[in-house]
Write a protein that binds this ligand. Structure first.
Ligand code: 13P
Length: 291
């Protein structure tokens, strides 16, 4: 089918109390593993890209892989841009065929974040694609962004209300509520009360950043509290590397590349299927609106 749109897909997930997995893909093989995993689970899926990965491969090649895989799949697939501060990259994605984008103004003072996010919102609205925007400071490392644990700031509930009121058609909203990018060092400090106070006042589906390393119970509670999109990057990258390295360790004299590509694919796809199972989106393809 044609690519799906984040807003419609996440509204279905929000209403059905499941979450759609959003994987930060790395290359062609990783995109294939994510979409095939979703297809095998009959689940909607979000392919998302960090700016660094787009700079490596280019807008058009990525869009052409994902459009081609989605065309052959029976499940809704959205193509999304993860954390981006550069409106030119946002425009480049939209021009190449992305169906949603994220503007990350979370490092800016509140008023400036609203003003800059609004610029991105208007660009996205005019193009008919979805926008994700962030408030507060999510800890950890993602792409070129690093927020130290003591600098992570939970989103303020009143600011969340004002932020979302300025952008009522936001496809998804990413308030910081204690999850963090990268591997958790120790127990994650998830502020469920903050998340629940936000979702009591804001009706926009919530994006959970920092999905790697959370437990089934933690996912379940966040999803029941309004998270409709769960981002997974670090785990996927680890499986990309381990899939290759494990085979090399097992078969040190195997110098044929294709088995390595197959091993990476299998490792990544099994992670995708595991996460879809945890997020309750397995079997939800037919009840997820694509546009
Ligand atoms: P992890 O790297 O912790 O999986 O987080 C991914 C993410 O939130 C991407 O924006």
């Amino acid at each position: 089918m044609a690519l799906g749109y984040l807003s419609a897909m996440l509204k279905s997930a929000q209403a059905g109390k499941y979450a759609i997995a959003a994987f930060n893909i790395i290359d062609y093989n990783s995109a294939r593993a994510v979409i095939d995993g979703a297809q095998e689970m009959n689940a909607p899926i979000i392919i998302q890209l960090s700016v660094k990965t787009i700079r490596l491969w280019g807008f058009k090649p990525i869009a052409s892989w994902v459009h081609a895989f989605a065309a052959d799949a029976d499940v809704p697939v959205a193509l999304h841009l993860d954390h981006c501060k550069d409106l030119d990259v946002i425009r480049g994605c939209i021009d190449a065929g992305w169906t949603s984008v994220m503007f990350d103004g979370s490092a800016l003072p509140f008023d400036e974040n609203v003003a800059r996010s609004l610029e991105a919102y208007e660009i996205a609205q005019a193009a008919g694609v979805g926008l994700e925007a962030e408030l507060g400071a999510i800890g950890g490392t993602e792409d070129d962004k690093f927020v130290a644990e003591d600098e992570a700031i939970l989103a303020d509930v009143d600011e969340c209300i004002a932020f979302c009121a300025a952008m009522p058609k936001l496809a998804t909203f990413a308030p910081a509520f204690g999850t963090a990018h990268g591997f958790y060092k120790g127990e994650p400090k998830i502020a469920y009360d903050r998340l629940e106070r936000i979702t009591a006042k804001v009706d926009i589906p919530i994006a959970l950043h920092g999905g790697t390393g959370l437990t089934e119970q933690q996912f379940e509670r966040c999803i029941q509290s309004g998270c409709a999109k769960v981002n997974i990057s670090t785990m996927h990258k680890q499986q990309f590397i381990d899939g290759f390295a494990d085979l090399r360790r097992k078969e040190p004299t195997n110098n044929e590349p294709i088995p390595y590509i197959a091993a990476q694919y299998d490792a990544m796809k099994s992670g995708v299927k595991q996460m879809i199972g945890l997020f309750g989106s397995d079997g939800k393809a037919s009840v997820t609106a694509a546009r």
